[in-house]
Design a protein around this ligand. Structure first.
Ligand code: ATP
Ligand code: MG
Length: 208
């Protein structure tokens, strides 16, 4: 296949902490859409998460870096961490488009996040600047995407691509809860992330 434009995936998240669910979804999207790379973008100050404990951005950046470093096609960007104020995906996608408008940008989300997208800041701008890959996630149905058509219109919905990915019922909330209870997080996150959390007490005093 002769490929024209470069295609790059953008995987946004709080990554509080990053886990195998994020990595599997990103790799499945890279493979299915023949993406040249996937850039992980840890959020700065997440606009939706004021009620939960969010580890300091530098810890989340370093954990994400440790998780992706061994994949040749995974990269990480500090754009949201270095921007002051709330991290809006619309600003991030507009930023990447201004860096290179010849690239086909794909924003990767899980099935839960895609259904929320209408509540995010400036959804029209999100759809203008990227196509969306909606990865399946245990507990959430990709079938509900069709219901977004009423709110977003047919043009936007045509830019959403559902993708079945290997099902991993892992969430960062569950990992934080396990850490709080002194339970193991082995095999839920990459080993380097597990060690980083323990060494730096990212989520309090933890089991090693
Ligand atoms: P939290 O429980 O704190 O919300 P999370 O596990 O949902 O954490 P986020 O950082 O909120 O992780 O998610 C970043 C992106 O990754 C979102 O688009 C989310 O839908 C997707 N995602 C997270 N976990 C999975 C998973 N297990 N399978 C598929 N997609 C996932
Ligand atoms: Mg989440």
């Amino acid at each position: 296949m002769v490929k024209g434009r470069r295609a790059i995936g953008l995987m946004g998240g709080t990554f509080n902490p990053i886990h195998y669910g994020h990595l599997v979804a990103a790799e499945a999207a890279r493979d299915a859409f023949d993406l040249d790379q996937v850039i992980f973008i840890p959020s700065g100050q997440p606009p939706h998460k004021s009620e939960v404990f969010v580890a300091n951005p530098e810890h989340r950046y370093l954990m994400t870096f440790l998780a992706i470093v061994s994949n040749q096609r995974f990269e990480i960007a500090r754009v949201e961490i270095d921007r002051s104020g709330p991290s809006y995906t619309s600003d991030t996608l507009s930023y990447f488009n201004s860096v290179d408008s010849t690239v086909a940008w794909y924003f990767i989300t899980g099935a839960d996040a895609i259904l929320d997208i209408v509540t995010w800041h400036d959804p029209e701008s999100i759809f203008r600047h990227a196509q969306l890959i909606a990865a399946s996630r245990p507990g959430y149905s990709l079938k509900k995407i069709q219901a977004l058509e009423r709110q977003l219109g047919p043009e936007s919905i045509a830019r959403v691509h559902p993708l079945e990915v290997p099902a991993l019922a892992i969430s960062s909330s569950q990992i934080r809860e396990r850490l709080k209870q002194g339970l193991s997080i082995k095999y839920l996150v990459p080993e380097a992330v597990e060690h980083y959390i323990a060494k730096n007490h990212v989520y309090g005093a933890l089991k090693a």
